[in-house]
Design a binder for this molecule. Structure first.
Ligand code: 3HC
Ligand code: NAI
Length: 690
């Protein structure tokens, strides 16, 4: 007996119960007593069969991720599964909640698996930059066939019981009490005369269509977008087919250990914990209850309002969508319809699902229709007077306790809240475009925002599958404020001698899905131009391009040329001439610029701004900033976010290079933040601030 493992013997059936809250992760504190319990059950003649079950909310959620990178402690998970496989008595895993990673691998070491209908199983290791390291890539193909196993392993997505059962991954679905059904199942198996086979002894499903399997593996590499783990996982599944069981298992472990030591996995593990930390908010303890939210209101059916309405409708919430007039409303609803039709065409939702989602969105032009809403979010024009007018109107119609939210990108949430008689109910909910797809939600906490409003926003974000980060009020909050620091340098680099293609290439080689100039062309240069004009800002090259009618892909020309409606960016000699002309006009001396300079001048100011954001308390932790950048701006997952990446060099190196560029350019953007200087002096890192 131990704190985490207990065995009870029920008429010849040993039930080994694991209890390691919150998710029964297979840390040393569980592996060691489980090993002993299995040895004891194996040796005890009174034990005829073994059931492994878990207490709490879930079956085993995998290895203990916090142990990776630390010295290993015996017994290892493969040792544990090896012991399980040496037992001749029938062994049954009883699964509820989620059996993930090492949890599923342990279950694959049993002869049989029984699961509750609501359970899920999966091998999410690739999402942590790893591959399954305790036989998952070798046993699962033997159980369900290599093609199905490949899909499960490289996607990292858990599957439900319908699929698991039809694939043969689970032998029985328990409709009643899991533990008693598992015991009855074990008894049934005992009564059967047939021998019990471990998965390692089975090879009937390993026959494959070589060509189709190789094509599937090639596709993995194409879709991996620079990440190594899915490619390595696919390699390991192939080994399961081409190598003998023991050799494939040994090779899997080698690859797993290489992956554990990789920067890519360290970055993704950092993000796993960072995402969960971000949901922990000062002053919003577990005792703060979220307000009930059953109906959402959205104001403005433009780019963002339409996407936000879809995000809520996709999450099952009914939405009332308000526009200024019938025409604008019809336009907005039509766009939503088109977006859903696109999803149906791509096969991501069914026609029925489209109908159900559309039915959840009701259009209106009257504020009275919002009276029953529990939370209303506005996505009208980015102008303070328009926002004030909207909040004034909302204050009049909304019921007490309703939440008033703004999707503003830059404006002062406190100033907006001040228009209402209930500033405690006002919060920023900053979605990212396209709002039904991008995961990030910056929750902007105003000076007076009530804790239960934040708790509601956090719960709602999770309900619709968003990744929330609570931030403070400042111009641009966390993401856009740091982006502004980078954007300024993009133009400066062009003036000083870099080309758009050169800058973009450095970005994609770093791991971004695309460079800043390709991105600008894709989103349309005119939008940012209009925004700059309304704010009295300028960007010499982008402004000149817009004046010349270069609006990006939509006009066939932007920073690049796009021929015949194709989306392939071609370097444009006219743009180059324009850049050189502007440089001459502004008296900027041109020279050759290398990749290192492009990285330092675009990313270091972002990190510097990140340090200021931390200093001012706009973000609570450096890891929150990483969550923002990975989920809202496509910062490469493999690098873990700007602040995590910066730790690789350390604050001292960043300060030294910022000072260098400050000296050369005189630009205040490069003036090291006091916090960075302090960390450089003390030798601390950003993580030490948490
Ligand atoms: N190791 C360590 N801690 C873990 C963990 C794990 N495998 N899984 C979850 N936790 C922790 C979380 O950090 C969180 O801690 P906190 O309360 O201090 O913030 C707590 O458990 C609860 O987690 P969630 O907030 O995520 O709880 P949910 O109920 O929303 O989700 C879950 C539960 C679906 C199990 C989710 O936690 C999850 O997906 N966990 C990770 C699963 C995973 O990736 N497993 C593979 C691990 S790698 C492996 O097994 C290698 C093997 O092949 C050798
Ligand atoms: P948009 O111009 O596409 O849409 C605004 C919509 O609001 C229009 O359809 C307009 O008719 C409607 N509208 C204006 N005033 C209104 C009023 N008083 N009542 C009802 N409807 C009204 O603008 P977009 O891009 O959707 O931006 C909306 C808000 O979202 C802005 O605050 C913007 O800063 C913010 N935002 C924009 C992002 C983007 O990438 N476009 C990203 C994140 C936030």
């Amino acid at each position: 007996m131990s704190d985490t493992v207990s065995t009870t013997l029920e008429d010849g059936i040993a039930v080994i119960l694991l209890d390691n809250p919150p998710v029964n992760a297979l840390g040393h504190n569980l592996r060691e007593p489980l090993f002993r319990a299995l040895e004891a059950a194996k040796a005890n003649d009174e034990v005829k069969a073994i059931v492994i079950a878990c207490a709490g909310r879930t079956f085993i959620a995998g290895a203990d991720i916090s142990e990776f990178g630390k010295p290993p402690k015996a017994p290892s998970l493969p040792d544990l599964i090896g012991l399980l496989e040496s037992i001749d008595k029938p062994t049954v895993a009883a699964i509820h909640g989620t059996a993930l990673g090492g949890g599923l691998e342990l279950a694959l070491g049993c002869h049989y698996r029984i699961a509750e209908r609501s359970a899920k199983i999966g091998l999410p290791e690739v999402t942590l930059g790893l591959i399954p390291g305790a036989g998952g890539t070798v046993r699962l193909p033997r159980l369900v066939g290599p093609e199905a196993a490949l899909g499960i392993i490289v996607s990292g997505k858990p599957i439900g019981m319908d699929e698991a059962f039809s694939l043969g991954a689970v032998d029985r679905i328990a409709e009643g009490d899991l533990k008693s059904e598992a015991i009855s199942f074990a008894r049934e198996k005992l009564a059967e005369e047939a021998p019990h086979h471990h998965i390692r002894e089975r090879s009937d499903k390993l026959q494959i269509d070589d060509a189709a399997f190789e094509t599937a593996i090639e596709q993995v590499a194409r879709k991996a977008r620079g990440l190594t783990a899915p490619v390595k996982a696919a390699e390991s599944v192939r080994n399961a087919v081409t190598m003998e069981f023991g050799a494939a298992l040994a090779r899997e472990r080698e690859i797993f250990l290489e992956r554990v030591a990789s920067e890519e996995s360290a970055a993704q593990r950092h993000l796993f914990f960072a995402t969960r930390e971000a949901a922990k908010v000062r002053g919003v303890g577990r005792d703060i209850e979220a307000r009930p939210v059953a109906r959402i209101g959205v104001i403005g059916a433009g780019t963002m309002g339409g996407g936000i309405a879809m995000a809520f409708a996709n999450g099952g919430l009914p939405v009332t969508l308000l526009e200024m007039n019938d025409e604008a409303l019809a336009r907005g609803l039509h766009q939503i319809d088109r977006n859903y039709a696109g999803s149906v065409k791509r096969g991501s939702i069914s026609e029925d699902e489209k109908t159900a989602r559309l039915a959840r969105i009701q259009g209106t032009t009257s504020y009275d229709a919002l009276a029953g809403c529990d939370l209303v979010i506005e996505a009208v024009f980015e102008k303070m007077d328009v926002k004030r007018q909207v909040f004034g109107a909302l204050d009049k119609v909304l019921k007490p306790g309703a939440i008033l939210a703004t999707n503003t990108s830059y404006l002062d949430v406190n100033e907006i809240a001040a228009v209402t008689s209930r500033p405690q109910d006002v919060v920023g909910l900053h979605f990212f475009s396209p709002a039904h797809i991008m995961k990030l939600l910056e929750i902007v906490r105003g000076d007076r925002t009530a804790p239960d409003v934040l708790a509601t926003a956090l719960a709602l974000a999770r309900r619709i599958g968003k990744v929330p980060v609570v931030v403070g009020v400042c111009n641009g909050f966390v993401g856009n404020r740091m982006l502004a620091a980078r954007r300024e340098q993009n133009e400066a680099l062009l003036l000083e001698g870099a080309t758009p293609a050169q800058v973009d290439k450095v970005f994609t080689q770093f791991g971004w899905p695309m460079g800043p100039f390709q991105m600008a062309d894709l989103s349309g240069l005119d939008i940012a131009w209009n925004n700059r004009k309304s704010l009295g800002q300028t960007a010499p090259i982008a402004d000149a391009l817009c004046e010349a009618g270069h609006f990006g892909q939509k006009s066939g020309r932007g920073f690049y040329l796009y021929e015949d409606g194709a989306r392939i960016p071609i370097p444009d000699p006219d743009v180059q001439a324009l850049i050189e002309r502007k440089a001459a006009e502004l008296g900027v001396e041109r020279r050759s610029i290398d990749a290192e300079e492009i990285i330092e001048r675009t990313l270091y100011p972002m990190i510097n701004e990140g340090a200021r954001i931390l200093e001012e308390g706009i973000a609570t932790r450096a890891s929150d900033i990483d969550v923002v950048w990975v989920n809202g701006y496509g910062f490469p997952l493999a690098k873990g976010g700007p602040m995590f990446w910066a730790e690789r060099f350390g604050p001292a190196r960043i300060v030294e290079r910022l000072e260098h560029w400050h000296g050369r350019t005189g630009n205040a953007l490069f003036e090291p933040a006091p916090l960075l200087r302090q960390l450089a002096l003390t030798g601390g890192g950003f993580a030490s601030l948490a």
